[in-house]
Design a protein around this ligand. Structure first.
Ligand code: SF4
Ligand code: SF4
Length: 445
């Protein structure tokens, strides 16, 4: 522990890889992106059920107005991200599931007129139920990429005892810097949101995990923890910069020595992991009464002027790239979420969503898959102790039951096996295929 009593000893992991960080925007302050003329707002932006539209073509909507909701347990409402008129509906392909989802199109009136927000003067006086209701009504989901509804994650089943909260500020994906900038520029809100979830879960221990390539963020959060009076309750753990250090399972193992069970969650071992941008949004929802209509997105790679932008959901990718000065050179591929775990998106009209944390423009190179040379690198590197080479082989041959027997469900698709494979085998794509087929079979039963 250091002088302030807040920063603990740095930890490193035997697993994972050093990847080129390419944090081009680490020192670029957050800028507000222009509002879109038409916002394409998907009705399915979370894990769980899609929302049903609450508005019709021709309706006038205000920024922050709820325009979609579901009565299913695992769901999160959707809000208008600009004011204007509902111009109709369209379909967009969800890159994570490759499935079409319905979206509402809002034609801007240029006014950005908001609904009346309902801030609270004394958040300490709110009951746990009131806090969870405000989080749900604001449409909050995990902003680290998973997009799991936050009010569900923060209300563990009765028999689950949460003793530790880990706030995840690792941001180990190459290029991404949105969480870094959020810690530097909105650290008070991040800690206020963290304090709200501490009130809900009453943990014994709270850690903030930050990779050591963000020393300025570590120092800033350390100072804020002291200044805001959380010195006894919240500790910072610096981590060696390595991919995939920010994965929930890795953090749980590294900080607490606990293994998350196969197909389980950190919750199963008494831990809740939240992302720093999520706790900022929790502060805004609970204290300011502000629905989730925007987030910080890193737009980077082969663009003229990479930036960290505060973007309203539904803004087309093309207009963000244009705002960053357009594409440089022969770049022809856009990745949502980063090169290790992200999804390629070839349609620049595709809208940003709650789970979009970065937009990376790259030149796509044609890579030819070779035969496995049995070097074993993928096995050595896999943080889940799986046999990626076998999983790829079984999936390629359609032997999905063998994939299941080889614990394919425990793969969290970090991509390091494919990254180190000298034969350029797209191991993660094979694994995704096997998981999809197994899920289809399970749904038929
Ligand atoms: S098998 Fe899955 S968890 Fe293991 S390295 Fe590959 S992608 Fe990561
Ligand atoms: S890293 Fe690639 S070539 Fe080596 S064992 Fe794994 S799949 Fe085979």
């Amino acid at each position: 522990m250091n002088e302030s009593g807040v920063r603990l000893k740095k930890k490193s992991s035997p697993y994972g890889v050093k990847v080129p960080e390419r944090k081009l925007t680490a020192q670029r302050p957050i800028e507000r992106a222009p509002l879109p003329e038409r916002a394409i707002i998907s009705l399915h932006q979370n894990i769980g059920a899609a929302s049903q539209a609450l508005v019709r073509r021709g309706d006038r909507v205000l920024t922050g107005q709820k325009i979609g909701d579901s009565d299913k347990l695992i769901s999160a409402p959707i809000h208008a991200t600009i004011s204007g008129e509902i111009a109709g509906t369209t379909m967009v392909i969800n890159p994570a599931t490759a499935r079409p989802v319905e979206a509402l199109v809002v034609a801007s009136d240029g006014a950005d007129e908001w609904v009346q927000l309902e801030p609270v003067e004394n958040p300490e006086a709110l009951s746990p139920k009131e806090i969870l209701d405000r989080i749900r009504e604001a449409g909050l989901v995990g902003l680290g990429g998973a997009a799991f509804p936050s009010h569900i994650k923060l209300a563990p089943p009765g028999d689950a005892r949460i003793d530790t909260i880990i706030l995840n500020g690792c941001e180990c994906e190459p290029y991404a810097t949105s969480d870094h900038r959020v810690m530097l520029e909105c650290g008070e809100k991040v800690l206020s949101g963290l304090n709200i979830i501490r009130k809900l879960l009453s943990p014994e221990t709270t850690y903030i995990a930050i990779e050591d390539n963000k020393e300025d963020a570590i120092e800033h959060m350390e100072d804020l923890i002291v200044a805001m009076g959380f010195k006894e309750d919240i500790k910072i753990v610096p981590l060696e910069s390595k991919y995939p250090m920010g994965a929930e399972r890795i953090l749980t193992k590294l900080l607490l020595g606990r293994e998350v069970p196969i197909a389980g969650l950190p919750l199963n071992v008494g831990v809740v992991v939240h992302n720093v941008s999520t706790t900022k949004a929790i502060h805004e929802a609970v204290v300011e009464g502000k629905p989730l209509v925007e987030r910080v997105i890193t737009v980077t790679g082969a663009v003229n002027s990479p930036k960290n932008l505060l973007v309203r959901f539904g803004t087309p990718l093309g207009s963000l790239i244009e705002y960053c000065g357009g594409i440089v050179g022969k770049a022809n591929k856009v990745i949502l979420g980063g090169p290790m775990m992200g999804f390629a998106q070839f349609d620049l009209g595709f809208p940003t969503m709650k789970g979009t944390n970065s937009v990376v423009v790259k030149e796509d190179t044609i890579v030819t898959e070779q035969c496995c040379i049995r070097c074993g690198r993928c096995i050595e590197i896999c943080p889940m102790h799986l046999m990626p080479t076998l999983l790829a082989k079984y999936a390629k041959a359609g032997r999905y039951d063998q994939c299941k027997a080889a614990y394919v469900d425990n793969c969290f698709e970090c991509g390091v096996c494919a990254y180190v494979c000298p034969a350029k085998i797209p191991i993660v794509q094979y694994i995704e295929m096997a998981k999809r087929e197994l899920a289809k079979r399970a749904a038929k039963k």
